[in-house]
Design a protein around this ligand. Structure first.
Ligand code: SF4
Ligand code: SF4
Length: 325
């Protein structure tokens, strides 16, 4: 890594994202002053008025690190990701959407036409009698207008450009962000590809772990609104589908502490290739009995298997998307 003159330059950018990852940076509270004091921010669309041309004018490699959140859905996002890659010594996939494809990646169950149909023609709140759909080029009041292209498939950042590190979570926990930034600024970099969060399961840092039975036999999955949840006992032991055993730690089991099951936003540990597949096999092994009909009825208690096990990582999974004929 080249040592910069003056403060290291850092960029933040967002692609297909909800803005929650930007919020997570602000959630550093007074810790943000340490970050802002240590670096020179050269791009941050949510907060600062730098333009693409400002980045284009910078020498290649002059930005120490670009933190990019959000998945890649449009041509503009791919162009910006490629530009920041060229200008940066390090690129960090920030948050689940960037690392794994995230919630926008669930659109890979459909194609572009299906998404357009749902968003612009069929949703109950849409009034579009002329059936107008987004067009790459159009002319309005004498002006030529253009829109970025909309890809059929949502991709994680690492499927589009070379990525050095990932900061997991939806959104990343402030503690994880702070530790990751400190690591990057220290100059003692971990091996390329490292996910900058503890490489252990959420169960390891869960305050309920002592009540997690060694042998579980689940006969019914319940959803959080269907039961009064005991605040001390392991949620899996209460029949709630908690993905803590298959998910990377670092968040201090924040959801479980809020009496909600872990939904898997920090993705897998380094030993797992496909987070959803790992979670499915782990959960399936907990279903009691060997009567097929009884097992099917237990599985019926999981109403949205893709949205449950691949909520944050369909694009980065082995399957990547649904194939539509
Ligand atoms: S990772 Fe979560 S918080 Fe961040 S952009 Fe995606 S959906 Fe929003
Ligand atoms: S399964 Fe969930 S509730 Fe139980 S110990 Fe693990 S993280 Fe905690």
């Amino acid at each position: 890594m080249t040592k910069p003159e003056g403060k290291p330059k850092v960029a933040f950018y967002w692609c297909a994202s909800c803005g929650g990852c930007e919020e997570a940076v602000v959630d550093l509270a007074e810790g943000i002053l340490d970050v802002v004091g240590a670096v020179d921010i050269v791009m941050w669309p949510v907060a600062l008025d730098f333009k693409r041309a400002d980045i284009e004018a910078m020498p290649d490699g002059s930005i120490l690190a670009s933190f990019i959140n959000g998945a890649i859905r449009t041509t503009e996002q791919e162009e910006m990701a490629s530009l920041l890659r060229r200008k940066s010594q390090l690129v960090i996939a920030f948050g689940a959407c960037s690392q794994l494809g995230g919630i926008p990646g669930l659109a890979n169950l459909y194609d572009r036409e299906g998404v357009y149909r749902a968003a612009y023609l069929e949703s109950p709140s849409t009034e579009n009698p002329e059936g107008t759909l987004p067009r790459l080029r159009s002319r309005e009041n004498g002006y030529d207008l253009s829109l970025p292209g909309f890809y059929d498939t949502v991709r994680a950042l690492g499927q589009v450009i070379d990525v050095d590190y990932a900061i997991p979570g939806c959104a990343p926990h402030p503690k994880v962000i702070q530790a990751a930034v400190a690591t990057l600024l220290s100059g003692e970099l971990p091996p390329k590809g490292t996910v900058l969060a503890p490489d252990q399961a959420v169960c390891e840092e869960c305050p309920r772990r002592e009540s997690k039975p060694l042998d579980l036999s689940i006969s019914e999955f319940k959803r959080p609104h269907e039961v009064i949840i005991d605040e001390e006992t392991c949620l899996l032991a209460q029949g709630l589908l908690c993905l803590g055993p298959a998910t990377r730690a670092g968040c201090d089991a924040a959801c479980v502490c809020g009496n909600m099951p872990c939904s898997g936003c920090s993705g897998p540990t380094s030993r797992v290739l496909d987070h959803g597949a790992k979670a499915i096999s782990g959960i399936a092994s907990l279903i009691g009995g060997d009567d097929e009909e009884a097992i099917d009825s237990v599985l019926d208690g999981i109403p949205d298997p893709v949205g449950t096990f691949y909520r944050y990582g369909l694009p980065a999974s082995l399957l990547r998307r649904k194939t539509l004929s």
